[in-house]
Every structure is written in structure tokens, then in C-alpha cells.
Design a protein around this ligand. Structure first.
Ligand code: NAD
Ligand code: WQD
Length: 331
């Protein structure tokens, strides 16, 4: 299939491009490089041994997007392009609503106009809010605590309505849990600019000596050891989930959790990292981070039953691969 990957130079997008190319698909990447760089495109080609077509453009620009749809006979779109920093979305909601909602609308409009019937969207477990764990696709969504989360819930809603009204426009909403790790080569991975917001990149920066110690946000949650519990999933498993989703039977709207189904606390992740990489990570316990919930993990059985996809990699591989990538990074 010819697949347009928006945000394909980013963290999850780049791993998915490699997986798609390895599965024999042709890949066209559209990215404005606002949170990535062109080098990643070369790395995707190097890892897969295949060429891709790259457009440096903004997904919110309808004319530019239209040109891509005219130039290529697309079979499907995987839409990763978006902004994802929770704190930044609270400070600057307008940019988040504009980028994430307009991008989704522009792409959906182009799909209808050019008869592209497969659309896979990067959603997030954040749309479940503070529901009862494990989160199941059929649950009623609860409000999220930030504009970023709202852009995901709203995009889901828009795509559902558009698909309902257009029977040839099939949509798969993938709700990711906490993606971590990197390609085993150590060549592509997550390289946040500045101070990391997420736990794993923070730990790898402490391991590298770039940050002094990890601050653990709260030890009084109703969890196994008082620290927050999340469902960490290897980015390579996530990438395989996208291949399964775009190749899967396509009709109407499909929603899948992409998680492992296992909850891991902050302290458990820290221990796994120390064990995998033989590194001691100094830490201190501080106040809870506003907006955090205690528990977040998936019921991952629907994706297994319907897509034949299941996360395979364990916590140790996630920690080892994240660290290998960080060590290779030139700072
Ligand atoms: P990322 O920032 O690494 O990748 C996003 C890519 O999109 C970047 O390359 C960026 O340059 C590009 N981009 C952003 N706005 C654009 C625009 N207007 N036009 C064109 N390109 C644009 O993020 P990621 O971690 O790979 O996340 C990919 C998607 O998955 C995002 O939609 C994100 O919200 C979603 N998601 C991420 C996580 C996570 O923890 N990483 C969890 C759940 C959902
Ligand atoms: C994980 C756990 C923290 C950093 C976020 C978004 C979510 C999704 C994934 C995009 C929590 C604790 C963290 C630190 C800590 N993104 N922590 N010290 O908050 O589950 O999810 O990223 O869609 O929408 O909200 O991920 O990695 O930030 O936190 O103690 O320095 O680690 O409190 O329990 P989170 P995270």
C-alpha cells in the first residue's frame, strides 16, 4: 500500500515508517520538522534499506496537503503530526487546538476529496481520564485535565462523526499508553528538546549525568508502592500495532488500546532500568504533579483478538533500548 505518514520524522512516526517499509509498504512522509529533524529521514532509509518520499510541510496547510494527495495514489493515512507537551498545552492552548484539530480536519477533508478510505489516528490513553483501570475501549470517556488531552478526545469525536457520515472513510483510533524505548540499532529514538517531560527520557538523562537526580512526583497514591502506575509499551511494539491497524480489515470506526495490559510503578520502572543497565539512578520524592492520576493501564485484549497484535517486548528491553539510544546521542 501507499501510505502517507504525517509526523513521520517524530519519535513514534519514525519507528512506524521503518516497520511499514519492512512490511513492504511505500511510505510518504509529511512533517514540518517542528519537533524533529531531517536526519531522521535518512536514518529511516538506512535502517530499512528503502527510499521514502519526504515533504517538509505543515499538515494544517490545506493547499500543500492537497498537492500531496494529487501527486500520490494513496491507500491510507497514518496521522501522527501534532503537538504533545501537556504542560505547554496548558500555557498555550490556542496553538494546541489549532495545530492538532485543524491538522486532523485538513487531512480528513483531503481523504474524502481524493477517496482515501483508511485513516489511522494517534490517540492517547489520556482520553479515559481518571476511569477505573484497566481501561477498556467501550468505556465512556472522562474529561482530561489539559488542552492536549482535549485535542485527542475532540479529534476522535470529529473522526467518528465524519466516518459515520461517509461510509467509504474508515477510521481506526489507536489509544497509546506510555511509549518508551527505541530502535535496537540505537539510531532512532526519543530526543526531546530541553528538559524532558516524561519519565523515561528523564531517567536516561540522569543516567547520562545531564540531570542530577530524578524527582518522583508523589509517593502517596493508592498503588503498590505509592508511586504512579503506568502501562509502558516499547515503541517497536507500538510501530507493529500501526502496521496491523492499517493492514487490518477496514470498515467504519475501530478503536484499539495499544498497551501491554501491565501496570508498572515509577519505582518499579526505576529498578528495571538499574537492573537492565547496571546504573544507579539517584532520586528524591517530591509533591504530586498537578493533573497526574494514580493508575493508568490497558485492557489490551481487543487489539489482540481483532488485529492479531500483542505487545511482545518486556520492561528490561524498553530500558536497555532507551539507554542505548541516549548513550549514542551527541549533546
Ligand atoms: P513527536 O513530537 O516526536 O512527533 C510528532 C511529529 O509531528 C514531529 O516530527 C513534528 O515535527 C511533527 N509535527 C507537529 N506538528 C506538525 C504540523 N502542524 N505539520 C506537520 N508536522 C507536524 O511525537 P510522538 O511522540 O512521535 O507522537 C506522535 C503522535 O502520537 C502525536 O500525535 C502524539 O500526540 C501522539 N501520542 C504520543 C504519546 C507519547 O507519549 N509520545 C502518547 C500518546 C499519543
Ligand atoms: C509517568 C509517571 C509521573 C516524570 C504523559 C501524557 C499522556 C501521554 C504520555 C501523550 C507518572 C511520573 C514523571 C518525572 C515522575 N502523552 N514522573 N517524575 O503523565 O503518564 O503521560 O505522556 O499522549 O497524555 O500525560 O507520562 O512519563 O510524564 O509520567 O515521577 O520526572 O512518572 O508522575 O506517574 P504520563 P510521564
Amino acid at each position: 500500500m501507499n501510505i502517507l505518514v504525517t509526523g513521520g520524522a517524530g519519535y513514534i512516526g519514525s519507528h512506524t515508517c521503518v516497520a511499514l517499509l519492512e512490511a513492504g509498504h511505500s511510505v510518504i512522509v509529511l512533517d514540518n520538522l517542528s519537533n524533529s529533524n531531517y536526519e531522521v529521514i535518512n536514518k529511516i532509509q538506512h535502517l530499512s534499506g528503502k527510499e521514502i518520499t519526504f515533504y517538509e510541510m505543515d499538515v494544517t496547510d490545506p493547499l500543500a496537503v492537497s498537492r500531496v494527495f494529487q501527486r500520490h495514489e494513496l491507500d491510507g493515512v497514518i496521522h501522527f503530526a501534532g503537538l504533545k507537551a501537556v504542560g505547554e498545552s496548558v500555557e498555550n492552548p490556542l496553538i494546541y487546538y489549532k495545530n492538532n484539530l485543524v491538522g486532523t480536519l485538513v487531512l480528513a477533508e483531503a481523504c474524502l476529496k481524493y477517496h482515501v478510505g483508511r485513516f489511522v489516528f494517534s490517540s492517547s490513553a489520556t482520553v479515559y481520564g481518571d476511569n477505573q483501570v484497566p481501561f477498556v475501549e467501550s468505556m465512556e470517556l472522562l474529561p482530561t485535565t489539559n488542552p492536549y488531552g482535549e485535542t485527542k478526545a475532540m479529534s476522535e469525536r470529529m473522526l467518528l462523526d465524519i466516518s459515520k457520515a461517509n461510509s467509504d472513510f474508515a477510521v481506526t483510533l489507536l489509544r497509546y499508553f506510555n511509549p518508551v524505548g527505541a530502535h535496537e540499532s540505537g539510531i532512532i529514538g526519543e530526543a526531546p528538546d530541553g528538559m524532558p517531560n516524561n519519565l523515561m527520557p528523564y531517567i536516561t538523562k540522569v543516567a547520562k549525568g545531564k540531570l542530577k537526580l530524578l524527582r518522583i512526583f508523589g509517593k502517596d497514591y493508592p498503588t503498590v508502592d505509592g508511586t504512579g502506575v503506568r502501562d509502558y509499551i516499547h515503541v517497536l511494539d507500538l510501530a507493529d500495532g500501526h502496521v496491523a491497524a492499517i493492514e487490518g480489515l477496514f470498515k467504519g470506526v475501530n478503536i484499539y488500546n495499544l498497551g501491554t495490559g501491565k501496570g508498572t510503578s515509577v519505582l518499579e520502572l526505576l529498578k528495571a532500568f538499574e537492573q537492565a543497565n547496571n546504573h544507579v539512578i539517584p532520586y528524591e520524592i517530591v509533591e504530586r504533579r498537578p493533573g497526574d492520576i494514580a493508575l493508568c493501564y490497558a485492557n489490551a485484549s481487543k487489539a489482540e483478538q481483532e488485529l492479531g497484535w500483542k505487545a511482545k517486548r518486556d520492561l528490561i528491553s524498553m530500558c536497555r533500548d532507551a539507554w542505548r539510544f541516549e548513550k549514542n546521542l551527541k549533546d
